[in-house]
Design a protein. Sequence first.
Length: 447
Amino acid sequence: MKCRRLLRIAAAGLLACLLPLSAVADDVLDRAKALIAARDANAAYQLLAPLQSERAGDPNYDYLLGIAALDLGRNTEAVFALERVLAVQPKNAKARAEIARAYYNLKETEAAKREFQNVRDQNPPEEVKTTIDRYLDAIDRAAVGPKPTARFFVEGFAGYDTNVNSATADRSIAVPLFGGTLFSLAPGASKLSDGYWGIGAGVSGRVPINPRWALIGGFAGNRRWNFENDRFDTSFLDLNFGATYKRDRDLISLVAQFNDFTVYDPIYTSAYREARGGTLQWQRDVNARNQVSAYVQYAGLVYPDQRIRNADRYVGGLGYAHAFVGGGPTVYASAYGGSEKIRDASVPELGFDLYGVRLGGEQVLSEKFIAFVNGAYERRSYDGQDGFFLVTRRDDQYSGTLGIHFVPKRNWRITTQVLGFVNRSNIDLYTFDRALAEVRLRRDFDF
């Protein structure tokens, strides 16, 4: 607490030394400057923020907006405004010092240290040097002996599923191999609806080795029970571990992943599918509001009771995320492509190439409510002709989710959501639609 109080006093001293602007000011900027000097950052922010569409790009305006946002704890907004100043005036020591303080508050210590050192190298007044040295000392102290962190969660959920077995709604299918003869499907091979409930739990952790390297890992699982169709009860277990490397705005992670998906149909004697593989991902924070990423992923898929389906799956993709200013939404988009190669060369029709896109976003509605939406499209083109339907299969799959998170108190979350899936195929047997309405209650524990 004492350290934080000293840093706040130091920050106030730094602001007092750096506040004077050398440009010609107008009435709005004069009033904003006076409000900041009077420590009424909220009034200054309310005066300046509505003018962003008109005045963003004016370094004098952006500088004052950045300071007001910073003093209100709106650190990402401060970085965004101050980056516009530095884009026009790269040698502006005042803006560089303030953006360093914003980075410090955001715990982007490498970027903060770099900007503080840049200001210090410009030989500022002694009192400014003293303030910067206090920040640099705090950064160095924080880098010594980083502490491991862990989070545990438990959750319960319930809902209604219009198609628990992801099956066609048709009761009979024409099979071209037999001259188009209609074959009736078994009861479990056609669409079944049901209510369901379930539980889940998991733990994840991070162990920093030094300011750049850290070990990460986690274990999670869930179990779902249908009210009537217990043949389609499911469970999922996932174990992952790996390492991350962070330098400035770049984060690289390498994670090994092992998961089992089980369907409790008596015809399966063990897990329905086992996946073993890993992901290599690069992520870069371009600035406070924009992030790009790229990844490659491999998974070896094993079906213990249907080994003819065993395959190697390869996927690579690119992603982009953006946070809009002024309390606007955070949105993301990604595109990916890959293939699933069947290990048994006698059944090429089970393998396929794929590509897809994902879009989504969330909007903070209030302190306790967050709305979210996402959608995805995937095309799968199979590698060989189906022996019964005498065509090469092609699928187009669409999915989406719409919901709201309610956070009644810290580490508690209630999620209400609607999920939809539509699969269109040139083989009727694989055409289906599915919708779920669900409520989830989750509790997190931080260690």
